[in-house]
Design a protein around this ligand. Structure first.
Ligand code: BDR
Ligand code: CA
Length: 323
C-alpha cells in the first residue's frame, strides 16, 4: 500500500489528540512529524501535550518541532482552555514527557522538510495557521513543494464557534489564514459545516471502552469535560470530531462532498474578522483556490473513527501496558 506521508501542524487540544490517534490507527498514513503552534493552549503546553501523547503511544520516533507562540498581528490569545481544559487535554493526565522537541523552529523545519522532498509530503494544519503563513513568507518556494495542504478551519455556510461568524483556528490568526488561502498551495478545507455533523457521543466512548486498554481510557478521560462543555454551551450530548475529520481526506474521501470555490478570510478588523466566505455565485470571477467540504456522512465517519481506535487499542494494549 502506498502511504500518504503527512506532517501535522497542531495545537493539542482534545480533538487534535484524537486526530493523532486516528492517524496512527490508519495504515494508509505515515505520520512523519508534528509541528506545534499556539491555539487551544499556549505553545509550551501544546508542545508538552504532543510530546506526552507520542510517548504514551510508543511513537517516540516521530519528531516534534515547536513553533509560534503568538499570532502574526494580534498580540493576545483568545485560547481554548474553557473548552480543552487548563492543560489542553481535558481530564487526561500524563507524566512529564522524557522526549524533547527538535532544536529547530517549526517554521524552519517545515521549510527544510518540504524543500528537501518537493511534492512528496502533505501538510495537515489543524490549529491556527501562523507557522504555515510564516513558512510561506520566509521561503516562498515552499508553496510549490507542499503536495497538498489540508486545513481544519473556517465556517463557510455555518456560524462560528469563536465569534458569531468565525471559526476558532481562523479567528486566532486571520492574517495567517489570509496569507495561506491566497498562497497558491493546493488546499482542501474541512470547515465547521462538516465537522459539526461528526459528533462523538459518550455512548460511543463507552463502546470503545468495552476494550480495557489505556487508549480507550485516554479517549474517555480526554473527552469527558469537552463533552460537558458542548452540552452546556451548545446543547448536545457529544463533541465535534473537528481535527479527526481531516483524516477522512485520506482514509474515507467518499464520505465527504467537496466543491471548488474561491474562499477568503475577512481581515477588515470589524466584527466579522476571521469569517471565511466562499464565492458561491462566482461574482468575483476569481478562480477557485481550494476544495471545500460542504457535506459529510457524519455517523459513518464516527463509526469508522471508533472502529479504527478499537483496532489501535487492541494492537497496542500489551505494548502500552508494559511501556
Ligand atoms: C478547531 O478549534 C480547536 O479548538 C480545535 O482543536 C479545532 O482545531 C475547531 O474549531
Ligand atoms: Ca486543533
Amino acid at each position: 500500500m502506498t502511504q500518504t506521508r503527512i506532517i501535522l501542524d497542531t495545537d493539542p487540544g482534545v480533538d487534535d489528540a484524537l486526530a493523532i490517534l486516528l492517524m496512527l490507527a490508519s495504515p494508509e498514513i505515515k505520520l512523519e512529524a508534528l509541528t506545534t503552534v499556539h491555539g487551544n493552549v499556549n505553545v509550551e503546553k501544546t508542545t508538552r501535550n504532543a510530546l506526552a501523547l507520542l510517548e504514551f503511544l510508543n511513537a517516540r520516533h516521530i519528531p516534534i518541532a515547536a513553533g509560534c507562540s503568538l499570532p502574526l498581528i494580534k498580540s493576545s490569545l483568545h485560547g481554548g482552555e474553557v473548552v480543552h481544559g487548563a492543560s489542553g487535554l481535558g481530564g487526561a493526565v500524563f507524566p512529564e514527557p522524557t522526549i524533547k522537541p527538535l532544536h529547530i523552529h517549526a517554521v524552519d523545519y517545515l521549510i527544510e522538510r518540504f524543500l528537501t522532498e518537493p511534492n512528496e509530503i502533505s501538510l495537515y494544519a489543524v490549529g491556527p495557521l501562523t507557522n504555515v503563513a510564516l513558512a510561506i513568507r520566509k521561503e516562498p518556494r515552499i508553496v510549490n513543494a507542499i503536495k497538498e495542504l489540508v486545513i481544519m478551519g473556517g465556517a463557510v455556510r455555518s456560524g462560528g464557534n469563536a465569534s458569531p461568524q468565525a471559526e476558532f483556528n481562523i479567528y486566532e490568526d486571520p492574517y495567517a489564514a489570509h496569507i495561506v488561502f491566497n498562497s497558491g498551495i493546493p488546499i482542501t478545507l474541512i470547515p465547521l459545516d462538516v465537522t459539526y455533523k461528526c459528533l462523538l457521543t459518550s455512548v460511543d466512548v463507552e463502546r470503545l471502552n468495552q476494550i480495557d486498554s489505556p487508549i480507550a481510557k485516554f479517549v474517555r478521560d480526554v473527552t469527558v469535560d469537552y463533552m460537558a462543555h458542548y452540552l452546556k454551551y451548545e446543547g448536545f450530548a457529544g463533541c465535534g470530531l473537528h481535527d479527526p475529520l481531516t483524516v477522512a481526506v485520506v482514509i474515507a474521501p467518499e464520505l465527504l462532498s467537496f466543491e471548488e470555490h474561491y474562499v477568503n478570510v475577512d481581515i477588515s478588523g470589524g466584527e466579522s474578522t476571521g469569517k471565511t466566505f466562499a464565492d458561491f455565485m462566482k461574482v468575483s470571477k476569481k478562480p477557485a483556490n481550494m476544495k471545500v467540504a460542504l457535506d459529510v456522512k457524519g455517523r459513518e465517519f464516527v463509526e469508522l473513527f471508533i472502529e479504527r481506535l478499537k483496532k489501535l487499542s487492541l494492537l497496542n494494549k500489551k505494548e502500552i501496558a508494559s511501556g
